[in-house]
Design a protein. Structure first.
Length: 395
């Protein structure tokens, strides 16, 4: 079972791969363009440097400071957007960004106060949510403090923008982180679904092949014993082996395709044939009442019957096996009960007698249908009881 990795992504997310590092050059260019377009607000500092109002040394220092500021900003936002951040390194870069904005604004005047917008964006983008909620107002306060020395009116005009753009970026950052978490959750769900499908297939193949191969083994032994003196009977057993093997192939194909839903009447008939071939006296109900029994519940009982008969034939050494299908009223409501009891001395799920793969898988299958399984030794043999709920009135 696979899932399209692009399913559920918007066109913008597919173009930018929100929360993911770039994986190729076109994606790198798109991310750079997406982040770099906001650098247009650096026009005021650039115009100030190009105006010729500063000495050559101050202009060079201004360009170096501006380049350093942009480098720190891009390293924060471009490299870290979409992750959960902590540690002194990131905090140190944010502090360095604030220090550069303050030094440049104090040195060159009010045209540089717009740098605090980028400091606020960085705080909202890369800091954890609680830290960002404190850092953004602190950046606004720093803007007003520095602005009071160089250009208070400009600082006051920018203060609301710095505050709002920072908190807006916390929302964007949270959206990106949520997108990453949802993507991971979707991948986890796909993996769990694949694991469940493999488990279902393993259960089905165990039940199908265990039953069919046991019957083929029995009939092969019978054919071998009959061959010298009763070739006609041996030929009949060989024909039965061919029929069972063909049906097993069909069942395996259906199980792999996920379409198989065994029917309880068919399994009862098959149980009669298997037990008789094994020399076990069988008492099998002819026509069980399946009214108001959901298909899933009936299929679970059918699997239970198949597993029980396989264990009787392979492990029990029984002389007699009794199968009952009864309706009972329990404290949890009406149920349909399947009982398989033999008088053998073997275990119910293998030579060890404990809950092996077959009964463990059967328990899981019944639980999915809302049913229960009981299996264990009784006074004169082994008994398996499977119960599934009955939907009264078909509702």
């Amino acid at each position: 079972m696979t899932e399209d990795p692009g399913a559920g992504e918007s066109r913008a997310e597919r173009l930018l791969r929100i929360g993911r590092p770039p994986v190729n050059r076109p994606e790198l260019r798109r991310k750079v363009l997406w982040i770099g377009v906001w650098l247009v607000f650096l026009s005021s500092p650039v115009n100030d440097l190009l105006s010729g109002n500063h000495t050559t040394g101050a202009t060079v220092a201004g360009w170096l400071g501006l380049i350093g500021f942009v480098g720190v900003y891009l390293s924060l936002v471009f490299r870290n957007l979409g992750k959960t951040y902590s540690g002194g390194f990131v905090v140190g870069l944010v502090v360095a960004l604030g220090v550069l904005a303050s030094v440049l604004s104090l040195a060159f005047g009010g045209a540089w106060l717009g740098l605090y917008c980028y400091v606020s964006v960085a705080c909202g983008s890369v800091l954890p949510m609680k830290a960002a909620y404190g850092a953004i107002p602190a950046t606004t306060g720093l803007l007003l403090l520095v602005g009071s020395r160089v250009d208070l009116e400009t600082a006051e005009n920018l203060s609301l923008l710095v505050l709002l753009i920072g908190f807006a970026m916390t929302g964007v950052s949270q959206m990106v982180r949520t997108t990453v978490e949802l993507r991971r959750a979707r991948a986890t769900v796909a993996q769990l679904a694949a694991n469940e499908e493999r488990l279902r297939l393993a259960r089905d193949l165990h039940d199908l092949l265990g039953h069919s191969l046991s019957l083929i083994t029995l009939k092969s032994e019978l054919a071998g014993r009959m061959l010298p003196g009763h070739p006609d009977k041996a030929a009949q057993q060989v024909a039965d082996i061919e029929q069972v093997s063909r049906q097993a192939l069909v069942d395996v194909r259906e199980a792999v395709s996920g379409y198989r839903r065994p029917r309880l009447p068919a399994e009862l008939a098959g149980a009669q044939v298997a037990l008789t071939a094994a020399g076990v006296v069988a008492e099998v109900p002819a026509d069980p009442d399946l009214t108001d029994v959901p298909e899933e519940s009936e299929a679970a009982l059918a699997w239970a019957l198949r597993e029980a008969i396989t264990n009787v034939v392979r492990h029990s050494g029984a002389q007699k096996c009794t199968i009952e299908v009864l309706r009972r009223q329990t404290l949890d409501g009406p149920v349909l009960e399947l009982s398989v009891e033999d008088d053998g001395s073997g275990g119910g799920s293998g030579s060890g007698g404990g809950f092996g793969n077959g009964l463990t898988g059967l328990t899981e299958r019944l639980e999915q249908a809302g049913g229960t399984l009981e299996a264990g030794r009784v006074r004169h043999g082994f008994r398996l009881v499977a119960r599934v709920p009955v939907v009264v009135g078909g509702t």
